[in-house]
Design a protein around this ligand. Structure first.
Ligand code: 3IX
Length: 194
């Protein structure tokens, strides 16, 4: 990785994020980006079924209820599942920028154990943009939207073209996605980004 800048701190010449004019209004649900997504899709029985809503600026909020299928230790959420909830919430921010992006780096702090049955209240925001690099941060609280922080993360997403998925995804799922008009419409909405 020598010569590559993979830091989670934006460079000095990074720009403030700009909310896309067609971004959903604050309070509106963003909906799943893909029905079989483990984070947000309805078609994954043991998935997180995370529902994100647009906030003000380039911010989102989301809730995730920890189910028995998400355990690591007895009665406690698996850390990787909590990282997935953070990743998914952070990923949904890119919908407000109308940019397709994938996680390059995700740095997670696990601050408190999260029992099964808990609702994790997540909030995320984009802090800066530098070329294809999108810097963002998220927290997850328990006991209520203003409760104590249980998890937090900083992330770097990298903008990609839709070809990233078409070229790399397993052909049978890509074929199915491309023959689903709702999926195509949702994906194409990103491509008109100037
Ligand atoms: C029509 C049907 C199509 C179906 C599509 C369906 C849906 C699509 C729509 C929306 C869905 C979009 C996303 C999903 C949303 C949420 C899910 C949660 C998010 C995820 O779960 S997503 C999965 C996990 N994610 C990956 O699967 C990424 C694997 N990876 C790669 O695919 C490459 O690695 C890539 C593309 C990241 C970069 O590759 P590349 O060749 O384009 O760019 P390059 O290497 O030149 O890097 C450019 C600059 O980024 C820096 N950089 C690169 N990598 C870095 C790293 N790891 N850490 C820190 N910095 C990094 C470099 O340092 C350089 O920075 P600098 O220029 O300053 O040096």
């Amino acid at each position: 990785m020598s010569g590559r800048n993979t830091a989670l701190t934006p460079p000095d010449d990074a720009a403030a994020p700009v909310r896309h004019p067609d971004a959903p209004a604050p309070g509106e649900p963003l909906g799943a980006h893909y029905g079989h997504c483990f984070g947000c899709g309805e078609g994954q029985p043991h998935g997180l079924h995370l529902e994100a809503r647009a906030g003000e600026g380039v911010r989102v909020s989301a809730e995730f209820t920890v189910k028995p299928a998400h355990q690591g230790a007895p009665g406690l959420a698996h850390g990787g599942v909590l990282a997935t909830a953070l990743d998914e919430t952070l990923g949904s921010l890119n919908w407000l920028l109308r940019v397709i992006a994938v996680t390059g780096r995700l740095e997670t702090d696990f601050v408190r154990p999260v029992p099964v049955g808990t609702v994790l209240y997540l909030e995320a925001e984009v802090t800066a943009v530098a070329g294809r690099k999108i810097y963002s941060t998220a927290v997850g609280r328990i006991g209520g939207p203003q409760g104590p922080v249980a998890v937090r993360a900083d992330a770097l997403f990298i903008e990609v073209k839709v070809d990233h998925f078409i070229d790399n995804g397993r052909p049978e799922e890509i074929r199915a996605a491309m023959s689903d008009p709702d999926q195509v419409r949702r994906t194409r909405a990103f491509e008109v980004n100037p």
